[in-house]
Write a protein that binds this ligand. Structure first.
Ligand SMILES: Nc1nc2c(c(=O)[nH]1)N[C@H]1C(S)=C(S)[C@@H](COP(=O)(O)OP(=O)(O)OC[C@H]3O[C@@H](n4cnc5c(=O)[nH]c(N)nc54)[C@H](O)[C@@H]3O)O[C@H]1N2
Ligand SMILES: Nc1nc2c(c(=O)[nH]1)N[C@H]1C(S)=C(S)[C@@H](COP(=O)(O)OP(=O)(O)OC[C@H]3O[C@@H](n4cnc5c(=O)[nH]c(N)nc54)[C@H](O)[C@@H]3O)O[C@H]1N2
Ligand code: SF4
Ligand SMILES: [Mo]
Length: 723
């Protein structure tokens, strides 16, 4: 089994990982929780022996039905890694020094309040976390809004799915996956565009494979040749950043061939004429020139998608991490509406959100323009509701997005930043600029479980409890709200993020607040209509969690959205014109760099690289190059090469791979010693504010023997975290 072929545990692995039943072993306990790695939200059963985890099993029922992927199965032991932060740290004489909780929290409250007093609430900002629970994100945004008076609150989801939340809200009235993971298995056609589920969401890939084995058709549109495309009836390997042209041409064909669902369009949508006028300008022959995909294939894809009784679109950050990310999301929504593939089982537009609680962080209002439940901050009626609940006056102007917060920090306008469970010093684009922005801050607080690249720059570091050390809920990409549970005590004197935030809220004058996560959930249920029927009592007796919308305690939850209509009435079509990426290859930088993930590691690697099992499988970055390009350059597999963009350079080992064409290279972003984000382009989508992490112009330089040995001698490869 090679990692790239891995799609889930085999039945044998599963039996093996289940082992003898725990009841047979005195002193062992089983704790039901959720895998911390990706937005699929797989159910995980922890085996606990005393105060230590000793293994995991896949939990039963949806979405994973007992199975786990590599990360879920091997990645849990970071929780016990000796690098865990166990004591609060404050910077004294330039060095991070251990301190007491009281001193650290007093300092955070005092410094942030002072910045607000002296420079105004716009001078502080917070980044919430797709790694933290709903309850933690809810209290965090309350702390920023009611405690400090700012809407400058966002999260690293800005770097991936902000366009999905904004685009699907604009199109359908709900910024989330329209359908459910299990429904994919019964689709007649699945159109994957800009997602690599075998690597990024393996248990979702498993459902897609199940559909294919039942005879579903598969179309895969990805600039790289990805693993799941081996099952595709049709592969469209377009140039990065040309999706809108490709999608418009597909819709052009659908109209031309009379395959549009006229009843759906007439009954449930609006703005069709304006949309149609734009799409008419995109014959497949034009899209062929732009995207490199033969017109005949585009026609075939259009007909296949439109003729299948139930077609599902699956996409992820390959569509959103572009300067045109929002337009791309609106385009896939157009495609589904045009063919009536929304509001029915096994259809829809399905963004695969990345972090375990990326969806929940958005639902909880960890966004600068909306309160919890997507109530716009600038609408007086919604503001009044939240003001009444918090007893504070709340700011009515939308705050800054993460992209804008970093830019404002670089200009010295944002002076204080509170980072909860995020590592922008590695995850944000153009790291030279990002680190400059973070260093310029007068006060940086980082609350994490490890001393990350971002925490190393902080003035105060607060040690949070990890996912196995606290109670809460997380919301997966399919809107499934599930419980995570405390199985072992926190490392050292680390505290649950919720306790820390509630203590800070108290210090900022918000009062002692709710006692525990269950009480916070009660508050969430009062403030967020789609969570209105949720409570710990209910969640604890619903083993598979509950999918929102769940407005009342007797509501069963919702498997797929928009069945009986769109919340805004009619769903608007959005005319989308094609616009290319911000940077194009030229003589100096002749190749297109695209970045993304590999199976064994997760995001900035803080957790996966500290897992013995995963770290052992793959440590160190490799840049994927086409063998033709490598041969022209005299580069062999495994040679270190330098990848250079307009913003920086990294040294990584060459991996010769047919998954990229001659014009492209691929570098994952998990590895601090060869960080893809030293190279990436910070240009961002004007609407979603998501940077163009998927396209940058680069060149590859071959290193001569002298440079290689000099690099080795100088230890140029920074150390990875010890596994
Ligand atoms: N193993 C692992 N799994 C993860 C993560 C991880 O770090 N590691 N991260 C999680 C997170 S936070 C997220 S958001 C998701 C991301 O999940 P995905 O978005 O599925 O993963 P990526 O590797 O970012 O990229 C997806 C695909 O987009 C393609 N692509 C690049 N440019 C374009 C383009 O212009 N158009 C199209 N159509 N495709 C393009 C790439 O070739 C790639 O195959 O994964 C989650 N799961
Ligand atoms: N070039 C390039 N860059 C990218 C991407 C790309 O495709 N290409 N993808 C982007 C994507 S999709 C995303 S989502 C972002 C991710 O960007 P980030 O969110 O900045 O990266 P993570 O590594 O997920 O950081 C999460 C942090 O939370 C910490 N943590 C884990 N559990 C807990 C907890 O319980 N409590 C607390 N307090 N902390 C915890 C982890 O140690 C880690 O430091 O990166 C983006 N960056
Ligand atoms: S698919 Fe995602 S949630 Fe499921 S086991 Fe793998 S990493 Fe965990
Ligand atoms: Mo993400």
């Amino acid at each position: 089994m090679t990692p790239s072929q891995f799609t889930g545990t085999t039945q044998e692995d599963r039996e093996d990982s289940r082992g003898p039943s725990c009841s047979a072993r005195p002193g062992w306990r089983l704790v039901e929780t959720v895998c911390p790695y990706c937005g699929a939200g797989c159910r995980l059963r922890l085996r606990v022996r005393g105060t230590r985890l000793s293994g995991v099993e896949g939990g039963d029922g949806p979405p994973n039905h007992g199975w786990l992927c590599l990360k879920g199965r091997l990645g849990w032991d970071f929780a016990h890694h000796p690098d865990r932060l166990t004591v609060p740290l404050v910077r004294k004489g330039g060095l991070l020094t251990e301190t007491s909780w009281a001193e650290a929290l007093d300092l955070v409250a005092a410094r942030l309040s002072e910045l607000v007093r002296v420079s105004g609430a716009g001078a502080v900002a917070g980044l919430a976390s797709g790694k933290c629970t709903n309850e933690e994100n809810f209290v965090f945004q309350k702390l920023m809004r009611a405690g400090l008076g700012t809407n400058n609150i966002d999260q690293c989801g800005r770097l991936c799915h902000a366009a999905s939340v904004a685009g699907l809200t604009a199109a359908f009235g709900a910024g989330a996956m329209t359908n459910s993971i299990d429904e994919l298995a019964s689709a007649d056609l699945i159109f994957i565009i800009g997602a690599n589920p075998t690597v990024a969401h393996p248990l979702i890939a498993a459902r897609i494979e199940e559909a294919c084995s039942r005879g579903a058709r598969l179309i895969c549109a990805d600039p790289r040749s990805i693993e799941i495309a081996r099952l595709a009836d049709l592969r469209l390997q377009h140039l990065p950043g040309t999706d809108a042209a490709l999608l418009n041409a597909m819709m052009h064909v659908i109209l031309e061939e009379g395959l549009a669902d006229e009843r759906f369009i007439a009954g449930r949508t609006e703005n069709f004429e304006a949309f149609q006028a734009v799409v008419r300008r995109y014959p497949p022959e034009l899209a062929e020139v732009v995207s490199g995909v033969p017109a005949a294939k585009i026609r075939e894809a259009a007909v296949l998608y439109a003729q299948a009784p139930r077609s599902s679109i699956v996409y992820s950050s390959g569509l959103t991490q572009h300067t045109t990310g929002l337009a791309n999301v609106l385009s896939v929504a157009n495609l589904a509406m045009l063919t009536g593939n929304v509001g029915r089982e096994s259809t829809g537009v399905n963004p695969l959100l990345g972090q375990v609680n990326a969806q929940g962080a958005c639902d909880m209002g960890a966004l600068p323009d909306v309160f919890p439940g997507y109530q716009p901050v600038c609408v007086p009626a919604s503001r009044e509701r939240y003001e009444a609940a918090s007893g504070c006056q709340l700011p009515g102007q939308p705050g800054l997005t993460m992209t804008e917060i970093l830019a404002a920090a670089a200009r010295g306008e944002v002076k204080g930043l509170f980072v909860l469970g995020a590592n922008p010093a590695l995850s944000a684009p153009d790291l030279k600029h990002t680190t400059h922005a973070l260093r310029r801050l007068e006060f940086l607080v980082v609350q994490d479980i490890f001393l990350t690249e971002t925490a190393e720059l902080a003035h105060v570091v607060l040690p949070g409890a990890s996912f196995v050390e606290k109670d809460g809920t997380v919301t997966s990409t399919e809107r499934r709200v599930q419980r995570i549970r405390r199985a072992v005590p926190p490392a050292g004197s680390a505290r649950s993020d919720l306790d820390i935030l509630l203590d800070l809220a108290d210090r900022l004058g918000l009062g002692p607040g709710p006692g525990g996560p269950d009480e916070v959930m009660n508050e969430i249920a009062r403030m967020v209509p789609d969570y209105g029927g949720l409570s710990y009592r209910r969640l604890d007796t619903s083993p598979a969690g509950i999918q929102w919308p769940c407005p009342t305690p007797d509501h069963p939850g919702t498997r797929y959205l928009h069945r009986y209509g769109f919340s805004g009435g009619r769903a608007p079509f959005s005319p989308v014109d094609y616009q290319g990426p911000a940077e194009h290859p030229d003589e100096d930088y002749p190749l297109i760099l695209t970045t993304g993930c590999v199976l064994e590691h997760s995001q900035t690697g803080t957790m996966s690289r500290r897992s013995t099992g995963l770290g052992g499988l793959l440590q160190g970055a490799g840049v994927e190059l086409n063998p033709l390009l490598a041969a022209e350059m005299g580069v062999s597999d495994g040679d270190p090469v330098r990848v250079v963009s307009r913003r920086g350079a990294v040294v990584a080992r060459a991996i010769l791979s047919l998954s990229v064409g001659r014009e492209m290279v691929f570098l994952p972003y998990h590895f601090r010693e060869a960080s893809a984000n030293l190279l990436t382009n910070p240009a961002f989508d004007p609407g979603a504010k998501t940077p163009e992490l998927k396209v940058a112009a680069v060149r590859i330089e071959r290193l001569d023997a002298a440079t290689i040995s000099a690099l080795a001698a100088a230890g140029a490869h920074e150390k990875a975290p010890a596994g």
